[in-house]
Ligand binder design. Structure first.
Ligand code: NAI
Length: 245
């Protein structure tokens, strides 16, 4: 249970990140809802506050070191500490390799991977002093398998796994755990917009036979963010219906 803990969740204005932020808040964590879009971050935070939780929305581009520093300074100022960091913010800029533009490579690597380096660096400074921390990086099954048209995205998500291993080794002596969650195909606006035939083809690749739900990802993150996972570090928890094993 993350009760009383302080959680920073990036990309939490909508989608999977918003669900993680809401669930951590429901379980009693104080939540810093970080998003590049202030309105959506503030709405999620206001929703938490309306149900008796403590939360605030913070606008930041998590690929920008100055803005990231600002988020963690605000978290400490408001809540005194940071115990949980969920590096969830992510974007896609898909194209076949031979057509992929350099700026699409750079943007995806910056938002998906550099952001986790920057946020973890800030969080680690705070967590190390208190000898407690839970850091969870949201990777993807395609970081483990590859995917056509997603060289930048797959490289960023595979990079997050290497970052997880390295940070887990470095921070273990401070009792800070670092793990990754690697979702498979999850029912989101993006996948709901696909034609029924494409969705059927996707489901056919999944041993459990259906796409995952946002809740499936949230449940894995909440477990890794809680007290009962203290002896787990440097792991990649796949939430993919058996699609990759
Ligand atoms: P989404 O697109 O619904 O939400 C992403 C959020 O991140 C948005 O609120 C957006 O404003 C924010 N964001 C984007 N760039 C940002 C930046 N530079 N700084 C701060 N915030 C920024 O995404 P979704 O589907 O909820 O995915 C969340 C994470 O899960 C991503 O890392 C994604 O790669 C990963 N994932 C998603 C899967 C899926 O099926 N939806 C499958 C596997 C992994």
């Amino acid at each position: 249970m993350p009760k009383g803990k302080v959680a920073v969740v990036t990309g939490a204005g909508k989608g999977i990140g918003a669900d993680i932020a809401k669930e951590l808040g429901r379980l009693g964590a104080k939540v810093v809802v970080v998003d590049i879009d202030l309105k959506s971050a503030s709405d999620v935070a206001a929703g938490l506050a309306a149900t008796g939780g403590e939360a605030f929305g913070a606008q930041a581009n998590v690929a920008d070191p100055v803005q990231v520093k600002g988020v963690f300074a605000a978290a400490v100022e408001k809540f005194g500490q940071v115990d949980i960091l969920v590096n969830n913010a992510g974007i896609t800029r898909d194209a076949l390799l031979i057509r992929m533009r350099e700026e699409d490579w750079d943007a995806v690597l910056a938002v998906n991977l550099k952001s986790a380096f920057l946020c973890t660096q800030e969080a680690a400074r705070i967590m190390s002093k208190r000898r407690y921390g839970r850091i969870i990086n949201i990777s993807s099954v395609v970081g483990q398998m590859g995917n056509i048209g997603q060289a930048n995205y797959c490289a960023s998500k595979a990079g997050l796994i290497g970052l997880t291993y390295s940070n887990a080794r470095e921070l273990a002596r401070r009792q800070v755990t670092v793990n990754a969650v690697a979702p498979g195909f999850i029912e989101t606006d993006m996948t709901r917009a696909l034609p029924e035939k494409v969705r059927e083809e996707l489901a056919a690749q999944i041993p459990l036979g259906t796409l995952g739900q946002v809740k499936d990802v949230t449940n894995a993150v909440v477990f890794l963010a809680g007290e009962n996972s203290g002896y787990i570090t440097g792991q990649v928890l796949a939430v993919n219906g058996g699609m990759y094993m």
